[in-house]
Design a protein around this ligand. Structure first.
Ligand SMILES: [Zn+2]
Length: 379
């Protein structure tokens, strides 16, 4: 099974050949399954590339799943929520004369916080329904007057099958509002930050590309929110004003997407090789997709590397990623040459000192610093 799939935006069927050696086989990093539960469907082959037609940066994945990332619903992602009041207040001018109920369609748990903030913002004057995916049909087919608001927080970039985006676009009616949040991959790329690479984040459009796509599908842009703090992201509030359903007509003729994935991937590979070439045993503390990205790079660079994964989350413990079992912190092995921490604070300091007591030459570093070659390690 070779990675191939139509581009979700332009519909292009052709799949460029991967650069030699760039195809990777991996267990999904968002599943956290036990060894017994792991099946063919929990593993894919993938490589980073660009759509040959529209140029969007994307992951070519062999998975048949329509959506990747956030596949284990018990995993809570720590998405920022500091801007949700601002987004809700931006909606005020559109909703102040509304008399109908507002239906807020949530696609994933990542929409939960914004859904509740919007709900409490307007609940004194309006009847609000928060609609989970299992009740979408019921609310879409209800013909009584209502305002629909579709939340897509960090969602589109995980769609793996075009059919899923097409179905979503069919559900969004004229007059419906859509609120899209996405990391600003291009801004991260310009900061030389490579932490956005994730094989389950399948598409990496720029804001400009996404806006062009939305315009081509009959949306107008009402509001844009840009957050350039720590991990830059943007929010677009758009409204559907026409049903341009020519689903394969999108050509981003005015957008020249830069190749940000394969160049970031090779930059990270080079950097990791420089950083880790003297080590062959690694312990990771706190396991998330960023830790898995570094772990997968280490196994590609050094097939004989010994990798240990530690976490405290009951969902993650005893699950398996690429044959490595995730165990709890009581199993910490100070003999690893390199110790990589995904978290700071008192607990991590405790582990670090106990590691250094038994193994004074152990190398300790912070996961976040690995994605930025200009950053320094803080032991
Ligand atoms: Zn395309």
């Amino acid at each position: 099974m070779q990675p191939s799939a139509s581009c979700i935006f332009c519909g292009c069927h052709s799949t460029p050949l991967p650069i030699a050696g760039s195809t990777i086989r991996s267990d999904f990093t968002s599943l956290f399954l036990s060894a017994q539960e792991i099946a063919w469907a929990s593993t894919h082959k993938f490589y980073f590339g660009q759509c040959p037609q529209c140029g969007v940066n994307r992951v070519f994945s062999s998975s048949h799943l329509p959506l990747l990332g956030s596949q284990n619903p018990s995993i809570t992602y720590k998405e920022p929520s500091h801007h949700h009041n601002t987004i809700a207040s931006k909606l005020q001018k559109y909703f102040h004369k509304v008399e109908y109920p507002i239906n807020i369609f949530m696609h994933s748990k990542k929409d939960e916080s914004l859904a509740h903030v919007i709900s409490s913002f307007f609940s004194s004057s309006l009847n609000i329904n928060i609609v989970h995916p299992n009740r979408f049909d019921e609310f879409i087919t209800d013909t009584s007057p209502s305002i629909n608001v579709w939340l897509l927080s960090r969602f589109i970039e995980h769609i793996n099958k075009k059919e899923l985006l097409d179905e979503l676009l069919i559900c969004i009616a004229i007059g419906d509002y859509v609120i899209i949040e996405m990391l600003d991959f291009y801004a991260l790329f310009c900061q030389l930050n490579t932490s956005f690479l994730w094989d389950e984040r399948t598409y990496y459009p720029t804001k400009k590309y996404l806006l062009e796509f939305l315009l081509s599908k009959g949306f107008e842009v009402l509001e844009t929110y840009i957050d350039s703090e720590s991990e830059p992201f943007f929010v677009l509030v758009v409204k559907r004003i026409s049903l341009n359903q020519s689903l394969s007509s999108f050509h981003s003729s005015n957008v020249l997407e830069k190749d940000i994935l394969s160049s970031s991937n090779s930059r990270l590979l080079d950097y990791c090789h420089q950083r880790f070439k003297m080590f062959r045993s690694f312990s990771f503390y706190g396991v998330n997709h960023k830790a898995f990205l570094i772990a997968s790079i280490l196994t590609r660079l050094y097939p004989d590397a010994e990798i240990k994964l530690f976490d405290s989350s009951s969902v993650k413990l005893n699950s398996v990623w690429n044959s490595i079992v995730i165990t709890d912190f009581s199993n910490v092995d100070p003999s690893s040459e390199c110790h990589i921490f995904a978290f700071d604070g008192e607990f991590s300091s405790k582990i670090k000192s106990s590691v250094l007591r038994s193994n004074p030459t152990a190398h300790i570093l912070s996961l976040a610093n690995l994605f930025h070659p200009l950053a320094h390690d803080h032991p």
